[in-house]
Design a protein around this ligand. Structure first.
Ligand SMILES: *[C@@H]1O[C@H](CO)[C@@H](O)[C@H](O)[C@H]1NC(C)=O
Ligand SMILES: *[C@@H]1O[C@H](CO)[C@@H](O)[C@H](O)[C@H]1NC(C)=O
Ligand SMILES: *[C@@H]1O[C@H](CO)[C@@H](O)[C@H](O)[C@H]1NC(C)=O
Length: 346
């Protein structure tokens, strides 16, 4: 077997290396904390050298993110990198549906931010960032809506930081800041890896089929209302609808008290798995506030969560603690068919 070992120098290392490759290959369909998906890795995976530079100080092709997007032709069929250098870009940014294969690459979520301030009764209209094209990646960017919602005696308006409204969209090391309705995960298959999401009421909502892998959810207070807010309001519509929000690993903590989710419709589906839950989670765990239909088709579930907020004794009776078999289909990128479209896994 090692007859050609002299060309390797050391057969033992060759064997160890092969074993590691085998282990990683067998794990690659699963969510796991070991593989670091960083910007060079993603850049290599999408294999392009088309890069448009955005620099707020004028040292690039554009000073505005939207202008860079505007320069991408409609019907774009090849990955294009829009590199957004550090800075706070005060603008609304929209990727229209005719412009797939855009990779927005920031310099890190602490350095590159896209910020706007708008509240509205119309969620989509309020969004700072709107992605409506399939095959879109964002890396290392903060998306913020700075509208003063959540303040006592102000309007009940919502303020969306990002509207994610197409299929096959992935966010890596991004952050989403707002209070009310921060992340509108409208529809399609989405992957959020190592992201930070902040909010108070319904701050992750919509009808997406989404995997939140090792994300950090920070709960703030909303001084307008006395009800507890809810992290999620998932809106799966019927039995055949394969949408749902799955949170795996990561942690939930903060300064307000919230439910893990509220049933938004009869088939609402949300799973928290292997997640750290701080005391910020109220003991009932889940709420049917504003939904007064049958609870029999709700799928509000937890699997092996830990921390002081994971105590199950007082959970509402219609929430579930999953068995390993029941949880299995939700715990890997297969839930979102990730192997077919996530560049990091192809
Ligand atoms: C990079 O650009 C050159 C032309 O500028 C092109 O010939 C080449 O195929 C490109 N490489 C990739 C990986 O896109
Ligand atoms: C609330 O939203 C409406 C539109 O839906 C808008 O006209 C109004 O200015 C918003 N209020 C605030 C305080 O932003
Ligand atoms: C809503 O949840 C509460 C608490 O578990 C329960 O008492 C009530 O019956 C539920 N509503 C319906 C319609 O099932």
């Amino acid at each position: 077997m090692y007859s050609s070992s002299s060309s390797f120098g050391c057969p033992k290392n060759g064997f160890v290396f092969a074993a590691i490759v085998v282990i990683f290959a067998s794990l690659s369909g699963y969510v796991h904390g070991k593989t670091v998906i960083d910007s060079p890795m993603l850049t290599e995976k999408i294999g392009t050298n088309r890069t448009i530079k955005v620099d707020i100080n004028g040292d690039g092709d554009f000073t505005s993110v939207q202008e860079a997007i505007n320069s991408v032709p409609e019907g774009n069929g090849e990955w294009v990198i829009i590199h957004i250098r550090k800075g706070v870009y005060r603008e609304k940014v929209h990727i229209p549906k005719e412009k797939p294969y855009i990779f927005l690459r920031g310099n890190g979520r602490g350095k590159t931010a896209i910020v706007w301030s708008q509240s509205s009764a119309n969620n989509k209209a309020s969004a700072t960032f709107t992605a409506e094209a399939p095959h879109c990646i964002a890396f290392g960017i903060s998306f913020k809506n700075e509208a003063p919602t959540g303040v006592a005696f102000t309007s009940q308006n919502q303020s969306v930081a990002a509207f994610v409204g197409a299929d096959m969209i992935a966010f890596y090391h991004c952050a989403f800041y707002s209070t009310h309705n921060t992340l509108f995960d409208y529809r399609g298959r989405h992957y959020y890896a190592n992201c930070y999401i902040q909010g108070s009421i319904d701050f992750i909502f919509g009808r997406g089929r989404s995997l939140f892998d090792n994300c950090e959810l920070f709960v703030i207070t909303d001084q307008r209302v006395s009800i507890h807010g809810s992290i999620t309001a998932q809106n799966r519509e019927d039995e055949g609808d394969n949408s749902g929000f799955v949170f795996i690993k990561g942690k939930v903590y903060g300064i307000g008290n919230v439910y893990l989710g509220r049933a938004k419709g009869a088939y609402s589906r949300t799973i928290f798995a292997k997640t750290y839950l701080s005391k910020t989670i109220v003991p009932h765990g889940w709420t049917n506030w504003s939904y007064d239909g049958s609870t029999e088709n709700l799928f509000q579930a937890e699997y092996k969560c830990h921390g002081p907020g994971a105590e199950t004794m007082n959970r509402v009776p219609w929430s579930k603690q999953l068995t390993e078999e029941e949880a299995e289909n939700f715990l890997s990128i297969n839930f979102i068919d990730g192997k077919n479209w996530l560049p990091a896994y192809i």
